[in-house]
Write a protein that binds this ligand. Structure first.
Ligand code: AKB
Length: 318
């Protein structure tokens, strides 16, 4: 029986992943932790504890005491926040990873998921249909930490037998918990502002193409990778994951089909430079072949779903 620890359960990915894992493995076998209080449905549906991933001793005790067999470590400072505190962000992102790698090495929790990102690529990377293996010269602290992390993950797999698994997430779009401090966050904010105000001020220019994925697809693929036969995994760094590519203008046009009065003003800020260094589209054929990556959502049904769910969420709050 698997006993799973999710670190970062209060964040955008964690708050949805925990519930999905509890549905599959049983509520009491999925331990949710964070340094922040999670949504009620997480703390009420199974075990939750405040736990700081940077506290190595406590983390190791927790894993041993609860007989954990797999860990999802989702703790990170995202790209735009990291640019404001570069040294601190490097320290947090790397120590969070190194602590979980060491815990995996020293305990029975050998299987470790850690998210990488399209931020591992940089301005010198081919921008279109970016290959799995290519030039990688990230110029953000977040991207540098993700690339270094991928190398460490593969190293711990080869040297110590840690069952390290990872995907390079594109921007993730969800309505349950909003992201914080990312460059792709516009693609979530735009929906909330469309429903609340019929107006959005976008921090990226209208023609900035970035790869994105709806959260349901991201969660499905993450669990799929974790459940995949280890023999089939040809990569132990991190798999490209493409999702769907669009610009802010294309997204706004799709939203306008539901809300004809919706308007957007484009005021690019420092995040534009980060986005300009990232791929416009990604080649994820290796993930499709190795462990069956799938995506069910295109821009149209993602927009339908987001607007409907945010409408329900905001109206039930009032
Ligand atoms: C960010 O924008 O920092 C993240 C990412 C693409 O990793 N959403």
């Amino acid at each position: 029986m698997e006993r799973i620890l999710v670190i970062g359960c209060s964040g955008q990915i964690g708050s949805e992943l925990v519930l999905e894992l509890r549905g599959i493995y049983g509520n009491h076998n999925v331990f949710a932790t964070d340094i922040k209080t999670p949504p009620l449905e997480i703390s009420e549906s199974g075990p939750f504890q405040i736990l700081d991933v940077l506290d190595y001793k406590n983390l190791l005790h927790f894993v041993v005491r609860n007989k954990i067999t797999q860990v999802y470590n989702l703790a990170a400072v995202l790209s735009s926040n990291a640019e404001k505190i570069p040294l601190q962000a490097w320290d947090i992102n790397m120590r969070a990873l190194m602590n979980t790698l060491q815990v995996a090495r020293k305990s029975e929790a050998k299987k470790l998921f850690w998210p990488s990102s399209i931020a591992v690529f940089g301005p010198s990377t081919p921008r279109h249909n970016t290959p799995q293996l290519t030039i990688m010269e990230p110029n953000t602290v977040y991207g540098i930490s993700k690339l270094a992390g991928e190398r460490w993950g593969e190293y711990f797999f080869t040297k110590y037998g840690v069952d390290f698994r990872s995907v390079r997430y594109p921007g993730l779009i969800s309505y349950k918990t909003e992201p914080g401090g990312g460059t792709t966050d516009y693609a979530v904010e735009i929906f909330f502002d469309a429903v609340k105000n019929n107006y959005y001020e976008c921090f990226l220019s209208e023609n900035t193409t970035l790869p994105m994925m709806f959260m349901d697809d991201a969660i499905k693929n993450t669990i799929r990778l974790m459940e995949a036969d280890p023999e089939k995994l040809s990569l132990r760094s991190s798999y490209n994951m493409a999702g769907i590519s669009f610009t802010p203008k294309e997204l706004a046009t799709e939203i306008k089909k539901h809300k004809p009065d919706f308007s957007v003003v484009y005021k690019p800020d420092f995040r534009q430079k980060i986005a300009d260094g990232w791929p416009a589209s990604i080649d994820d054929s290796i993930a499709r072949k190795d462990w069956g990556l799938i995506d069910d959502y295109d821009v149209k049904n993602m927009v339908d779903h987001m607007l409907k769910k945010i409408d329900e969420k905001l109206n039930t709050k009032q």
